[in-house]
Design a binder for this molecule. Structure first.
Ligand SMILES: Cc1cc2nc3c(=O)[nH]c(=O)nc-3n(C[C@H](O)[C@H](O)[C@H](O)COP(=O)(O)OP(=O)(O)OC[C@H]3O[C@@H](n4cnc5c(N)ncnc54)[C@H](O)[C@@H]3O)c2cc1C
Length: 493
């Protein structure tokens, strides 16, 4: 007899889970509280500007290829991809900037120009990090992390020790490069994992490999093209979408999840897979006796930072600003302390500016520019409109100085988005943006688990469980959770 499952949430992880379940023959209904699929990767449009609300860096194209090929698609049949060159710009504390070129040959020359011998060191760095990336990709990333025994592998442990991967990323980078700017360039990608290079293991240097060797890409039309492609694939597999229908409760009978309640009524199923924020599902959709983690547990977690975002529609151009610019023009250590300090707003934040209309004229009206600003802030920081505006002015001073353009005078659209909005839109614990930080204490089996150990037939996916935050990890999370569910479903019948 055919089986059915409910997926809560239509972000990257929920869409991935839904398609993997449907491809295995499960009848799937996805409940999404918003009218649009995509979750943190939704779009917001106004006056001819179309903003990607969250992700803007398309890294690890191989993981997207792998995802779509599982369902018989080539990425190029679904959306176009452009490799960005320069990959991105970094603005330094001295006020000058570096445009980081795409491709290993150009990078080698760039490194050599900064430090004699650094070109050869870069080759060595990329060869070590390629090994880590491939080991993770081919094997470890796809383990559900339900038990520590999955990771007891003498080959990997031996290699990790040989390459001294338990060092911090900060020390690992400086073992290769004396020039502080080069060290910073190879270590910054771990910021995507929600913790500083000082607190992140060198194992995550695989992110630097993804940046430097595999490249930075962009799908014209915006990041939401990926979501549209995922929805298309899911629908072709027979997945039913109920958009604008929030789940209000997971129904548990005799210790088993048997369905959900929404404002439309009750829907029953053989299993429920929740891809909404883990803390929200446990505390708002389940009765206390069905929760696995108490508030003390959650309070003791290191959340990834939240963010203050600005979606800006600008009349005219942005000077020579490229698609991605990282403003590393203030002290990194002071900034990193501030993004974990829930008690006060930062005084000199680093920030990131994305100008997709530089690559893609479809995201802004003719003669205008689409600009997205991201200022990392501590999850749990008390939101405050006045403080948002103060930070806005602070970063706009720096941006206007850098571009040589009076951007504030030319704003046609302006919207801010921060902790309060993440809470309202996703039930995000402490208003976090990217889930839980990938510190060593919160990696693999030390993360909240994919399968509930309190309620049979209840599974979790998303950036608060394995493998962690980011679009590619969320794709993997949905796949892993779906596989565990399928195995259980077929084993118990
Ligand atoms: C500002 C920002 C920038 C980012 N930049 C990048 C980047 O450049 N590159 C990158 O790879 N990653 C980036 N990320 C991370 C990436 O976007 C996320 O890790 C990923 O989108 C998370 O997907 P998810 O499925 O886990 O969660 P979500 O996208 O949050 O999906 C969960 C879904 O559940 C729904 N939901 C919640 N409660 C209910 C309910 N009761 N009933 C029904 N539905 C419900 C929500 O509406 C949502 O659609 C960024 C994230 C943010 C916020």
């Amino acid at each position: 007899m055919s089986k059915n499952a409910i997926v809560i949430g239509a972000g990257f992880s929920g869409l991935s889970a839904a398609s993997h379940l449907a491809a295995a023959g499960v009848k799937v209904t996805v409940f999404e509280m918003h009218e649009q699929a995509g979750g943190r990767a939704r779009t917001w449009s106004q006056d001819g500007f179309c903003f990607d609300m969250g992700p803007s860096w398309y890294w690890m194209p191989d993981l997207f290829e792998r995802y779509f090929s599982h369902f018989g698609y080539d990425v190029k049949d679904l959306y176009e991809l452009k490799r960005l060159d320069p990959s991105y710009r970094v603005v330094w504390p001295e006020g000058d900037h570096s445009d980081v070129p795409a491709g290993v040959d150009a990078l080698r020359a760039f490194f050599e120009a900064h430090e004699p011998g650094a070109g050869r060191k870069l080759d060595e760095f990329l060869s070590q990090t390629k090994y880590i990336y491939e080991a993770a990709y081919e094997d470890y990333l796809f383990r559900p992390s339900l038990s520590f025994f999955e990771f007891v592998d003498p080959r990997l442990v031996g290699e990790l020790f040989k390459l001294r991967m338990l060092r911090s990323m900060h020390r690992y980078a400086r073992g290769f490069f004396k020039n502080e700017r080069l060290a910073r360039l190879v270590e910054w990608p771990v910021l995507f994992l929600g913790a500083s290079a000082r607190e992140t293991s060198a194992m995550y240097s695989l992110m630097s490999y993804a940046d430097m060797a595999l490249g930075t890409w962009y799908p014209p039309g915006g990041m939401h093209r990926i979501i549209e492609a995922m929805v298309k694939v899911a629908e072709e597999l027979g997945v039913e979408f109920r958009l604008g229908e929030a789940v209000e409760e997971i129904i548990v009978e005799n210790g088993r999840a048997v369905g959900v309640k929404t404002h439309e009524g009750t829907q029953r199923a053989d299993a429920v897979l929740a891809s909404a924020d883990y803390h929200f599902v446990e505390t708002k959709l389940l009765a206390p006796e069905h929760r696995q983690y108490d508030e003390t547990y959650w309070e003791s977690r290191t959340m990834s930072p939240s963010s203050l975002l600005y979606y800006l529609g600008v009349e005219g151009d942005l000077g020579e600003l490229p698609h991605h610019t990282l403003f590393f023009d203030e002290d990194l250590d002071t900034h990193m302390d501030a993004v974990y300090d829930q008690a006060r707003w930062p005084e000199a934040p680093l920030f990131y500016a994305c100008a997709p209309s530089v690559t893609d004229p479809t995201v802004a009206p003719e003669g205008c520019s689409n600009l997205f600003l991201l200022i990392p802030l501590a999850a749990g920081l008390r939101d405050d409109d006045g403080k948002r505006e103060k930070l806005f002015d602070m970063v706009m001073d720096r941006l206007e100085r850098h571009t040589g353009r009076p951007l504030r005078e030319r704003l046609l659209v302006k919207r801010s988005y921060a902790m309060r909005d993440f809470e309202a839109d996703y039930g995000a614990f402490k208003g976090n943006a990217y889930g839980m930080a990938n510190t060593l204490r919160q990696t693999g089996p030390l993360k909240p688990t994919l399968r509930s150990n309190k309620v049979r037939g209840l599974y979790y996916a998303g950036q608060l469980t394995v493998p962690g935050p980011g679009m590619p990890p969320s794709l993997v999370s949905g796949e892993l959770s779906a596989k565990v569910l399928i195995d259980d479903l077929w084993r118990t019948t």
